[in-house]
Design a protein around this ligand. Structure first.
Ligand SMILES: [Zn+2]
Length: 321
């Protein structure tokens, strides 16, 4: 009888909303991976942010110290930050005392208010203030309230850092040293990296996209390449990127991001120099080394175009000097 009713209900579409209400929306899986004796991270999905994935498209890491937990990046929605806190609770009772932000991109900061409510201190580079106060940041948040509903809603807000650092800064929590280094303007003006010498662990933020194409955006790709050389100088056994899996072979993996940026600059630089229009230059460029990488489709053309514009600007600036 029950199944009959069920079938009748389905046939008339009556059970649709009921069934949906009874079943909580499925959440994207969040798995904690250990990368050093006291350090862990969660890996965001290689997707664009959506309601379905809760904007879980970037990584966050954490280091457990005797005095508390230091989190690096706050994930892309308050719900994700809450889920990360639950995951941390599986490993330690210690509170999250600090959140260090590698940069102020939406997918790394929309979870901040959750950590703030828990009493964590937020640390970021001072150059992010400009973004926080910009029209772009407000419009992005406004759009996200629709695009990423219900995970981003009217209550979601941009959270300022408690401590704005300017240059290289050392943070000590429970005797564990965190070396914060300014590596912007690269991916963003405010990029910082976090190195934990006792763990031989580097959090590279979005300077490093592992196993996929980076989003270059309006980045300063020339400076970005120089910053990658600095990352390679750390004696890191593992590197947690902003996106993609952690690397235990930084030379090779960071090298791939570096190669790609260099290829963009070389190919587009040559085009600018020879006054080749962008569309022709893009079509004539050999992309085969990078074509198979995830996110090539959504990202490559835009990356190339932005690089073309950037090099045009750089060339004009040089001419005016
Ligand atoms: Zn980013």
């Amino acid at each position: 009888m029950r199944s009959l009713l069920l079938r009748a209900g389905l046939a008339f579409g009556l059970l649709g909303p009921l069934a949906a209400a009874a079943q909580p929306a499925e959440e994207p899986p969040m798995r904690v991976e250990q990368v050093a004796p006291n350090s862990y991270y969660v890996q965001g999905l290689t997707q664009l942010g959506s309601t379905k994935n809760q904007n879980f498209i970037s990584n966050a890491g954490f280091v457990i110290t005797p005095a508390g937990v230091v989190v690096v990046d706050a994930l892309g929605s308050p719900r994700l930050a809450e889920r990360l806190t639950q995951a941390i609770r599986q490993l330690t009772d210690k509170p999250v005392t600090h959140v260090i932000l590698t940069h102020y991109h939406a997918d790394h900061i929309y979870g901040l208010q959750h950590f703030k409510q828990q009493g964590a201190q937020v640390i970021a580079h001072v150059a992010a203030k400009e973004y926080m106060q910009s029209e772009t940041a407000l419009l992005r948040l406004e759009a996200s309230r629709t695009d990423l509903a219900p995970w981003i809603d009217a209550q979601t807000r941009l959270v300022a850092a408690d401590t704005w650092i300017e240059g290289a800064t050392t943070l000590r929590v429970g005797g564990v040293v965190f070396e914060l280094d300014r590596v912007g303007p690269s991916h963003t003006p405010e990029d910082i990296t976090v190195y934990v010498p006792s763990e031989k662990l580097l959090f590279a933020g979005d300077l490093f996209f592992n196993g996929r194409l980076p989003f270059v955006g309006r980045a300063n790709s020339g400076q970005w390449i120089r910053s990658l050389d600095r990352l390679l100088a750390y004696d890191a056994r593992s590197v947690v990127p902003g996106h993609g899996p952690a690397s235990s072979d930084p030379k090779k993996d960071i090298g791939t991001t570096r190669d790609y940026l260099q290829h963009l600059r070389q190919s587009m630089g040559k085009a600018v120099e020879e006054f080749v229009p962008f569309d022709d230059a893009y079509a004539a460029t050999d992309w085969h080394r990078f074509e198979a990488m995830p996110m090539f489709g959504p990202a490559n053309r835009m990356n190339a175009y932005n690089t073309y514009l950037l090099i045009e600007e750089e060339t004009l600036a040089k001419g005016q000097r």
